[in-house]
Design a protein around this ligand. Structure first.
Ligand code: NDP
Length: 286
């Protein structure tokens, strides 16, 4: 049976989430700071509340999708959260989520934090998912409603874990974007069809991404030498070719250099037989 729920925040993401719940037959109460921005959802059958407090009072399940953690505090300042199940899909840091969880629980709510791994057009389509952490029973009880706009991945009771996973996945993505940026800088201007180059790059990156499984195994065992196909000594020897090619093509190596420097440091510390998984140790600042 469809769950009736409240959605605070009808920006680009909130509107996409709201459309998915309405399409699946879930009665939806919405609120947005700028009331006009609820129009798309009210036209699709949502009820607009006059205030955030009123919207919170309408349903036990309250989903929040606002700009940042400060806007969550501002929007919920006057709301009575006692007995509510608060699901916060606003992006923040792990500590933001933990502090917000303590704050919500202090006001009588159960709290679940979420990190949306999708852009609005992906909501309601296969492939999108949301990372969740916090109150386990809240997640179990509302699992079906939460699974409507996107797949669900519960990562633990510590409310900070969804944000941690979210940011870790995004950080991995930006490293990949940095590599893609450097790669195109190298080939652009040469006699290379960029579309054909992309058709080579994408399956190459797909294949290389699988290396993360080996990284996980080596970090877990603490032995960075197992199953290494091209060790650090060999990889560092090759970095000179990467840097000289960048210079030949008139391309700055500023995106590549920090990672190559890290490999060299680890090699100089006597870890030439290892995989790059050992670089993780060099990044810890405490
Ligand atoms: P929008 O900029 O489209 O919407 C922001 C929302 O926050 C609006 O409802 C806005 O209200 C509200 N808001 C901003 N400041 C305040 C405040 N002080 N008090 C009350 N409400 C406030 O952003 P999105 O919908 O795209 O993003 C919402 C959340 O979803 C963010 O945390 C974002 O990181 C996350 N997200 C977004 C993705 C995306 O691709 N868009 C991807 C993954 C996560 P108003 O209309 O009045 O300005």
């Amino acid at each position: 049976t469809p769950t009736s729920l409240t959605l605070l925040g009808t920006g680009a993401m909130g509107t996409a989430l709201g459309r998915a719940w309405l399409a699946a037959g879930h009665p939806l109460t919405v609120w947005n700071r700028t009331p006009e921005r609820t129009a798309a959802l009210t036209a699709a059958g949502a009820v607009a509340a006059g205030s955030a407090a009123e919207a919170v009072a309408a349903n036990r399940l309250v989903v929040v999708c606002l700009l940042d953690d400060a806007s969550v505090g501002a929007a919920l300042a006057d709301a009575d959260l006692a007995g509510r199940d608060l699901v916060n899909l606003t992006t923040g840091t792990p500590d933001d989520a933990r502090t917000r969880a303590t704050w919500a629980e202090g006001r009588g709510a159960r709290f679940l934090d979420g990190g949306i791994m999708a852009v609005p057009p992906m909501i309601g389509a296969p492939g999108a998912f949301v990372l969740y952490s916090g109150h386990p029973e809240l997640f179990e009880e509302h699992r079906q409603a939460l699974a409507v706009p996107a797949g669900t991945r519960y990562v633990g009771a510590d409310p900070g874990l969804a944000a941690l996973h979210d940011v870790a996945l995004l950080s991995g993505m930006y490293g990949m974007f940095a590599g893609i940026t450097h790669a195109f800088a190298l080939v652009r201007g040469a006699d290379v069809a960029l579309g054909e180059f992309a058709a080579l790059l994408v399956p190459w990156l797909d294949a290389m991404a699988g290396a993360a499984h080996g990284t996980a195994e080596r970090l877990a065992s603490g032995d960075h030498t197992t199953g290494v196909v091209s060790n650090l000594a060999m990889q560092v020897a090759g970095t000179d070719t990467l840097l000289r090619t960048a210079a030949e093509q008139g391309v700055s190596a500023e995106l590549l250099a920090p990672f190559l420097d890290l490999m060299r440091r680890r090699l100089n510390d006597g870890h030439g037989e290892e995989d790059t998984s050992g670089l993780v140790d060099l990044l810890r600042t405490r």
